[in-house]
Write a protein that binds this ligand. Structure first.
Ligand code: SIN
Ligand code: CO
Length: 401
């Protein structure tokens, strides 16, 4: 449980930037622009996860895992998808393969707690911590990613070859399971050892090769494409902003050329759609966006409790426990969408809370473990207790005994 006493380690401190930089200067000068190497950037970091534990996770149902075999599979750069059988992992050769597991932060709280170091960026932008274990020489080849990533060296050593200029277009080697760059020129190389972090913006060609067995964590950030956003927004606006019913023919006259779509038809349709999309209020827009960006991956579903409880009963239970702890699969953010109400978004659902309780939403989203003492002042406010009870019954919280 992250930093809640009883011998648990203190919460991770913020990411340590190299000389003279702070989070603001990093965001202004490097974020989404240029790579940055951060040596010893996570004080106190020691991987809480062994290669065996990662392999165990990769064998579980509901865990997204891949194996990349550079030259020891049935074809070059073969990709196999989990869940794996233990025997398959045990039969891997000495070198040139990588096991990659997504969302380890959600499956293992002791990994998830390290997300705290990156909270100078908003939670809604964060995606997951992917953990990879590579045998000597293992890599996923020269490639580029569409997302920002902090590559954390967790164990062993990995040499990163990078071309710091983001590529605007790239050719890939045809016929492979992976998108391997057809051309890659390393202009910088960095050897990372435990606790070192390499930040890469989207589109920067890179190639990380294990020097001996090693483990790397990738703290990745989500960024929806404008086309994904506009499809989702139009769907929402269609339900909430556009007039009901169908296209009609105002002012229609006999048409000389029945084959033509008249300019006034195009203008009417365009204007109606434009007005419809604009008519959605700022509150409704905020609600849609918050729901959209907190949606979780399908296989990371949170299930409601089979034994729902009442707000007064939950209050009693919390009083007799250490507090509450958030389900690792619950993705949260809040927004001050209107003067009267604030909104909490949890896995694509929106919950309103009167603005005067705004700090309660800060508390819920800031901490994954909520000690009973921090919760106590809020539990006397019915709106806060009811919201917490709803989240508890939906499976987003467990009692911490
Ligand atoms: C890895 O961890 O092996 C690959 C990470 C990356 O290159 O994005
Ligand atoms: Co990459």
């Amino acid at each position: 449980m992250p930093g809640t006493g009883n011998g648990s380690p203190p919460p991770p401190g913020p990411l340590q930037f190299p000389g003279g930089l702070d989070a603001g200067a990093f965001l202004a000068g490097y974020w989404q622009r240029r790579p940055l190497l951060l040596r010893r950037a996570l004080p106190g970091f020691a991987s809480p996860l062994s290669a065996e534990e990662l392999a165990g996770l990769a064998c579980e149902e509901g865990v997204e895992a891949r194996l990349v075999l550079e030259r020891c599979g049935s074809r070059p750069w073969e990709v196999r998808h989990g869940p794996f059988a233990e025997e398959e992992l045990a039969a891997l050769p000495e070198d040139h393969w990588t096991l990659l597991v997504q969302d380890v932060d959600k499956h293992l709280p002791e990994v998830g707690r390290w997300r705290e170091a990156f909270r100078f960026l908003p939670d809604w932008r964060a995606d997951d911590i992917m953990v990879s274990y590579a045998a000597d020489g293992g890599s996923v080849g020269p490639h580029l990613d569409e997302y920002d990533v902090f590559l954390i060296q967790a164990e062993g050593r990995r040499r990163w070859l990078i071309d710091p200029e983001p590529a605007s277009a790239a050719d890939f080697v045809p016929g492979l399971d992976l998108r391997i760059l057809a051309e890659f020129q390393a202009r910088e190389t960095h050897l990372l050892t435990p606790g070192d972090v390499l930040y890469l913006p989207p589109g920067v060609p890179h190639w990380g090769i294990a020097e001996g067995p090693c483990m790397t964590w990738s703290m990745g950030f989500r960024a929806p494409t404008w086309s994904e956003l506009s499809v989702a927004w139009c769907e929402h606006a269609a339900e909430h902003g556009l007039p009901a019913g169908r296209y009609r023919d105002p002012g229609i006259r006999p048409q000389a050329d029945a084959g033509e779509i008249l300019p006034e038809v195009l203008a009417t349709v365009r204007e109606t759609l434009r007005r419809g999309l604009e008519q959605v209020s700022a509150e409704a827009f905020g609600e849609w966006f918050g729901r959209f960006v907190t949606e979780s991956k399908e296989h990371l579903e949170v299930f409601p409790r089979p034994d729902p409880t009442t707000p007064p009963e939950l209050r009693k239970r919390i009083a007799g426990a250490r507090g509450l702890v958030r389900n690792g699969f619950s993705r949260m953010a809040f927004a001050r969408v209107g003067a009267g109400d604030h909104m909490l978004f949890v896995n694509g659902e929106a919950h309103e809370l009167p603005a005067r309780h705004g700090d309660f939403l800060s508390l819920l989203t800031a901490e994954t473990a909520l000690p009973r003492e921090s919760l106590a002042p809020w539990l006397t406010k019915p709106a806060c207790l009811n919201l917490l009870c709803r989240l508890y019954n939906e499976g987003h919280y467990e009692l911490q005994r």
